[in-house]
Design a protein around this ligand. Structure first.
Ligand code: ZN
Length: 207
């Protein structure tokens, strides 16, 4: 946590409240001067920067950024059981009006994937982003996440991969924002937002 000249946001508001300043969430010269005074008065290096030491000394709450809760293999295991049982899996006969470009005609997938995927495909078609869909690289596949002991959500048929050749694991994805939005608007999380980028990958955001 570092707050300094130019910082903005709720942490700055908390700091200004603490220092009994005008609360505008903007770390300006007045806030900096007040921080220096406070540091001087409390035996700290008066640099006007609120680092961990000053922050802790002030006893301000550390607000953690809200971290995104993804669906994990534990959640899928609880809901669908051992993937080898292939519970809840169906052959989805994709409606003819959605069979545009490389959108598959039939898809072996989890029943819960059908409605969100129907909407995502429709979004791709309605927005024209379907042109960006070069390859459909699969859905159901029982396997671990690469380099992990956890199972991939593909094991339960609740994830798909697209344009795999250009959006490999750990590389900067090339899918456009608009394309991604066609999915994230209708119940998918995008692997391109993962810490280890997986730009080809879309998975259900809740089950
Ligand atoms: Zn994937």
């Amino acid at each position: 946590m570092i707050l300094k000249l130019g910082s903005q946001g709720p942490e700055v508001e908390a700091l200004q409240t603490f220092l009994k300043l005008n609360v505008d969430g903007d770390f300006g010269p007045k806030t900096e001067a007040a921080v220096k005074d406070w540091q001087k008065a409390h035996g700290l290096n008066p640099d006007g920067v609120v680092g961990d030491k000053t922050y802790a000394a002030m006893g301000l709450p550390v607000t953690k950024p809200v971290s995104k809760k993804y669906v994990y293999s534990d959640d899928a295991l609880k809901k669908y059981g051992d993937p080898h049982l292939q519970n809840n899996m169906i052959v989805w006969d994709v409606p003819t009006e959605l069979e545009i470009g490389v959108i598959p005609k039939k898809l072996y997938c989890n029943k819960d994937l059908v409605e969100p995927l129907k909407k995502a495909f429709k979004n791709l078609i309605d927005t024209g982003y379907v042109k960006e869909l070069k390859t459909f690289d699969g859905c159901f596949c029982i396997r671990n996440i690469k380099g992990s002991s956890s199972m991939s959500l593909h094991s339960w048929g609740i994830a798909i991969d697209v344009n795999a050749a250009w959006n490999g694991l750990g590389v900067v994805p090339v899918l456009s924002q608009g394309f991604v939005k066609c999915f994230t608007d209708v119940g998918f999380d995008w692997g391109g937002n993962f810490t280890r980028k997986d730009g080809m990958h879309f998975q259900l955001s809740k089950i």
